[in-house]
Design a protein. Structure first.
Length: 529
């Protein structure tokens, strides 16, 4: 009999960092083509490639849960179910207790999945059971040590059928850890959308290549530990099919890792002007200015309401802080600025609008954040931004910019990041779990950040990112590189802070670690994670 307490501990969410991935991500259509090319390059049939995937999953299961004695394998009628039949066969061969449940009618199984089903039946001690038999198996007194999810694969889209929803809900109520094959059932492999119900996996073992929907949005809650098994696919195969995105983990783009010249001076690294901090909201603008300093800007100025000046000078005397109680006092500050960060704590009243209009007319590259994004959504006359600008919306701000619901944006984060980049002719960072960086050039590869942690879900983090991106722009990096590098450095610094503080880390904790992340040769997040 399995120990329910030890099983429950396995169900606990993995630590941040277990979903990190660096490399190309491919659409469902491209993955299907890669499957064919992988099999052809290795001289394998579709069934033989399925056997290889199933055996890899079996080996992973045994290695991760070596004491597991009783396993449930949930199969669908498609190829994802075929992988499940292969696992079940190997479990039977090892003499382990394996209950197999089928969602759908066995008459619908075809192709390679049918071959796998027939192979399993040669070894099976019992026939498969109907999914109706496991509607309440989460209440089973004995329980399972591991549940294998091979119900529906990367072809799933839209809403799940009622019988699948019921089965998923039953699985999610169990204490047993779940190993999902290729993708948690119910999740959209292209977008990360979960339209109705989705398996909450402890581990997801995905095959051949990474799917973008595993790395962003709702997926970050349900994929658990993410493992890629390429099935010995030759590296050249991946060059034959175009990727839709590139995922980044604990490394910066090489162009951001260049050491500074010994003869450099403050004028070599640009001048960031932060505009924001209305009455009662000065902290946001101060945080953005602090981040710009720690991210290496040569000079940082802060234009804010007079009530915030003492606090700003006290926190960072290095920041040239000036009062702009009258919006027109802002214009003289534009001449020396390399880039303007606008929005942190800016507010939404007449003063705010006047300041943002002046900033927009400055012809400087902008980092548009927070309240400035909301003003941009309200005022169509503000749509024309200077070339080389960066927008940093969270999903709510993105929804306002796109005139859509937040749920619509979250359902396809890649699409809406790209649409906003085109609409505003600017690079867009769509923030959130698995932040998306979308360049404004059609056809350019999207980027996804697969690091960061839930401790960063606290006030001020967006202000830090805005100041950080502004500092990189000021140092001469192009908008796409500044946005990508800023997003990665922000997340890596957050992970360093998480390891020290855990829940309760602050935006200031992240600021304090930016220099270590951005400086070549210093111990950085990638050295500890």
């Amino acid at each position: 009999m399995s120990d329910r307490r030890s099983v429950s501990s396995l169900k606990s969410p993995p630590l941040p960092g277990s979903q990190q991935f660096t490399g190309s991500c491919f659409s469902v259509e491209a993955i299907r083509e890669l499957d064919k090319r992988s099999a052809a390059a290795q001289g394998l049939s579709e069934f033989e490639l399925m056997q290889r995937a199933g055996y890899a999953a079996f080996a992973h299961l045994i290695n991760q849960w070596p004491t597991a004695k009783r396993i449930a394998v949930l199969c669908g009628t498609g190829n994802n179910g075929g992988d499940g039949w292969v696992i079940a066969k190997h479990l039977e061969e090892q003499g382990l207790s394996c209950d197999v449940f089928l969602l759908g009618q066995s008459s619908r199984i075809s192709g390679a999945a049918l071959e796998a089903h027939e192979e399993w039946r040669k070894f099976a001690s019992a026939t498969e059971r109907s999914f109706l038999d496991c509607a309440d198996f989460g209440k089973d007194e004995i329980g399972y040590d591991v549940v294998v999810d091979a119900l529906v694969g990367i072809g799933f889209q839209g809403l799940a059928r009622p019988e699948l929803i019921g089965l998923i809900d039953s699985v999610n109520q169990m204490a047993s850890p779940v190993l999902s094959l290729d993708i948690p059932s119910g999740l959209n492999a292209d977008t990360g959308e979960a339209g109705s119900a989705v398996i909450e996996a402890h581990t997801t073992l995905t095959f051949i290549a990474m799917k973008p929907g595993l790395l962003t949005g709702r997926a970050r809650d349900v994929v658990g530990r993410l493992v890629l098994e390429p099935l010995a696919t030759p590296s050249g195969v991946f060059n034959e099919v175009g990727a839709v995105a590139h995922s980044w983990a604990y490394e910066l783009p090489p162009a951001l890792s260049m050491p500074r010249r010994p003869a450099a001076h403050k004028g070599s690294f640009g001048h960031v002007l932060v505009v924001g901090g209305h009455v009662g909201m000065g902290g946001a603008a101060i945080l953005a200015a602090s981040a710009a300093l720690r991210a290496g800007a040569g000079l940082v100025s802060l234009a804010t309401r007079s009530c915030n000046v003492p606090a700003a000078i006290s926190r960072h005397p290095e920041v040239m802080t000036r009062s702009i109680d009258q919006p027109e006092d802002l214009s003289p500050m534009f001449e020396d600025a390399s880039v303007i960060v606008v929005g942190p704590g800016l507010g939404m009243d007449g003063w705010s609008r006047a300041c943002f209009k002046l900033v927009q007319e400055s012809n400087k590259a902008l980092v548009v954040d927070a309240d400035a994004l909301n003003l941009l959504a309200e005022e169509t006359s503000f749509e024309n931004l200077t070339a080389g600008s960066v927008l940093t919306p969270h999903p709510g701000e993105a929804a306002r910019l796109a005139s859509m619901r937040v749920a619509d944006v979250e359902a396809n984060r890649f699409h809406w990041a790209q649409m906003l980049a085109r609409q505003y002719q600017s690079t867009v960072i769509l923030k959130g779990a698995g932040s998306i960086v979308a360049p404004n050039r059609p056809g350019d590869t999207l980027h996804v950040c697969s690091i960061g942690n839930p401790g960063m879900a606290t006030g001020g983090m967006g202000d830090v990112l805005a100041g950080l991106v502004g500092a990189l722009l000021a140092q001469g990096y192009e908008a796409e590189l500044a946005a990508l590098g800023g997003t990665l450095a922000h997340a890596a610094a957050g992970d360093l802070a998480w390891r020290e503080y855990g829940i309760g880390l602050t935006a200031t904790d992240v600021i304090d670690r930016l220099g270590a992340v951005l400086t070549p040769g210093m111990p950085r997040a990638m050295d500890y994670c």
